[in-house]
Design a protein around this ligand. Structure first.
Ligand code: 5GP
Length: 215
C-alpha cells in the first residue's frame, strides 16, 4: 500500500503579523485531525534576534554558506528580504511530505510564488493584520527595529498584501485563538477559499490605509 503524501501549506503575511506565533500555537495545541503537521526551519543570513536559537528559529548561516546551498540546488525557494537572504531547505520538506506529514512554510510572498510554480498543488495562506496601525504597533513592540526599519517594514507590508490576490486563503490575526482555529480549518480543508473579489477588496483597503506612511 502506498502512503498518502502530505500537503504543502505556505503561510505568508507582513513582518510582525504574528505568523510564527500562530504556527507554533497550532503545533503546540496538537496540530490538526488526521495528518501530522511539521514546520519547516528556514535558512537565513540575518543575525539572530534575542532568544532565537540556531536550528530552531532558523539555520543562521553566512552569505557564502547560503550561496553554496543555492549552488547545490538544496533550496526549495529563496528570496532576499530586508537585505538578507532567506530560503527553505528542500530535503527535509520533501521527506516530511513523503512520510505523510502536512508541512507549513512560513515564508515571504516572493518565496510563496516560487513554491506555487514548482508545487502547483501547494496551498497559499495569507495572514492579515486587523489594520496597518495595529501592525505598526506590533513591529514597534518587538523593539528590534529602528524607526527607519519600521517604516520600511510597513511599506513592504502594503506591497505584500497586494499579492493576496494570488493566495487561496486569508486569515485575520486579530484574536490569536480564533486565528489558530481558522488556520486549523484551512489545513483540515474546512475553510472557505478566498474569492477573487474579496482578495481585491482587501488589497484595495490596505493600499488606501494612510497609516502606512508612519505618521
Ligand atoms: P524575520 O526576519 O522577521 O524573521 O523574517 C522576515 C521575512 O522573511 C518574513 O516575511 C518571513 O516570512 C520571511 N521568511 C522567513 N523564512 C523564509 C524563507 O525560507 N524563504 C522566504 N522566501 N522568506 C522567508
Amino acid at each position: 500500500m502506498t502512503m498518502k503524501k502530505g500537503k504543502l501549506f505556505v503561510i505568508s503575511g507582513p513582518s510582525a503579523v504574528g505568523k510564527g506565533t500562530l504556527c507554533k500555537r497550532l503545533l503546540s495545541d496538537g496540530g490538526s485531525k488526521g495528518a501530522k503537521i511539521e514546520l519547516s526551519v528556514s535558512m537565513t543570513t540575518r543575525k539572530p534576534r534575542f532568544g532565537e536559537k540556531d536550528g530552531k528559529s532558523y539555520y543562521f548561516v553566512t552569505e557564502d554558506e547560503f550561496r553554496a546551498e543555492i549552488g547545490k540546488g538544496g533550496l526549495l525557494e529563496y528570496a532576499e528580504v530586508f537585505g538578507c537572504l532567506y530560503g527553505t531547505p528542500k530535503e527535509p520538506v520533501l521527506a516530511a511530505l513523503e512520510r505523510g506529514s502536512n508541512v507549513l512554510l512560513e515564508i515571504d510572498v516572493q518565496g510563496a510564488l516560487q513554491v506555487r510554480e514548482n508545487h502547483p498543488d501547494s496551498l497559499l495562506v495569507f495572514i492579515l493584520p486587523p489594520s496597518l496601525a495595529e501592525l505598526r504597533r506590533r513591529i514597534r513592540h518587538r523593539g528590534s527595529e529602528t524607526a527607519e526599519q519600521v517604516a520600511g517594514r510597513l511599506s513592504k507590508a502594503v506591497s505584500e498584501i497586494s499579492a493576496i490576490v494570488k493566495y487561496d486563503y486569508a486569515v485575520v490575526n486579530n484574536h490569536l485563538g480564533r486565528a489558530v482555529a481558522e488556520l486549523r480549518e484551512v489545513i483540515e480543508g474546512r475553510h472557505a477559499r478566498l474569492k477573487a473579489a474579496e482578495a481585491a477588496e482587501i488589497a484595495k483597503r490596505f493600499a488606501g490605509d494612510g497609516t502606512a506612511s508612519g505618521r
